[in-house]
Write a protein that binds this ligand. Structure first.
Ligand code: SAH
Length: 280
């Protein structure tokens, strides 16, 4: 008897899971908005109606609605590994229609100032390199390093000439167009387009920053966008990085944590504009 009840319960749960797959209430696929830190996600999460908080391992997801449309705010934690895992979890669990990765970043050109916002036409990985051989005692010079695209080949990345390019991921055309058009303009700072460079390194060496800027056109650097973009690309989910300048060692602008809030204000407008387009 007990076994039969357990079986019935199992059948009921299996059926209800099939009938209502997660993330597709009303058939609408949610927009996922990512940020690494509390200071980059708290304000967005506070805009959601009917919020349910879901914890998956170390990652938190706030599932709710904006103007009736499903939106999920995801705290990815810092760094490329955490951002990649958070992206894969979000895609598998919630089947998003689009992913926006946003938050703070360090400027790679002196003309960019605190509160300027960069819409990522591209995201590049500035964390994967092969060093040329140097004998013991010969020291190290990162400016000699050769980029590695770890997605370019199934064979040895270090030995395949095709892999000696920086890995880059384009921002989704529709998301970019909507972000560009978002009527709202921030109180402080400009909105520009540019390349977002990602790695687990915080670079404060001006020569190295200039090297990235000259070779790969980086406008800003941070630690999540390119890795989230790589995962979104493998799942064919439209993706855009939006980053606000929180510090800029090339012109002396010191880190300001409140930029994280200003970025969320802008991204909230982009999300609302996207929803209007997506649900039309
Ligand atoms: N200063 C912060 C720590 C930020 S650590 C604090 O004390 O809390 C780096 C985080 O900020 C990452 O999530 C990264 O995406 C972002 N970031 C902002 N400016 C950066 C920079 N110049 N280089 C690398 N990451 C930066």
């Amino acid at each position: 008897m007990a076994r039969r009840i357990v079986l019935l319960i199992l059948i009921f749960f299996t059926y209800s899971l099939m009938a209502f797959p997660q993330g597709s209430s009303n058939g609408a696929r949610p927009v996922v908005v990512q940020g690494a830190m509390k200071s980059e996600t708290e304000k967005l999460a506070s805009h959601l109606d009917n919020v349910a908080v879901e914890q998956v391992g170390g990652w938190t997801f706030w599932r709710g609605r904006v103007n009736g449309y499903p939106v999920i705010v995801s705290r990815t934690l810092k760094g490329v590994a955490n951002a990649a895992a958070a992206t894969a979890i979000a895609i598998e669990r919630y089947n998003p229609i689009a992913i926006i990765n946003q938050g703070t970043a360090g400027g790679h050109e002196p003309g960019l100032h605190l509160y300027d916002i960069v819409l990522g036409t591209r995201a590049v990985s500035i964390g994967a390199f092969k060093s040329p051989y140097r004998k013991a005692g010969a020291g190290s010079n990162t400016l000699d390093w050769i980029p590695l695209n770890l997605m370019a080949t199934d064979g040895s990345a270090g030995n395949d000439p095709n892999a000696r390019k920086v890995a880059q991921f384009s921002g989704d055309t529709l998301l970019l167009a909507i972000a560009r058009r978002a009527a709202w303009r921030p109180a402080r700072g400009r909105v520009v387009e540019g390349v977002i460079g990602s790695s687990d390194v915080w670079n404060d060496e001006i020569d190295r920053i200039d090297w990235f800027h000259n070779r790969y056109g980086t406008s800003v650097e941070e630690m999540e966008t390119a890795s989230a973009a790589q995962i979104a690309d493998l799942f064919h989910v439209p993706f855009l990085g939006i980053r606000i300048v929180s510090d800029n060692t090339t012109n002396g602008d010191a880190y300001d944590q409140r930029t994280g809030e200003a970025c969320q204000d802008y991204v909230y407008q982009v999300v609302m504009a996207y929803i209007t387009t997506a649900t039309r």
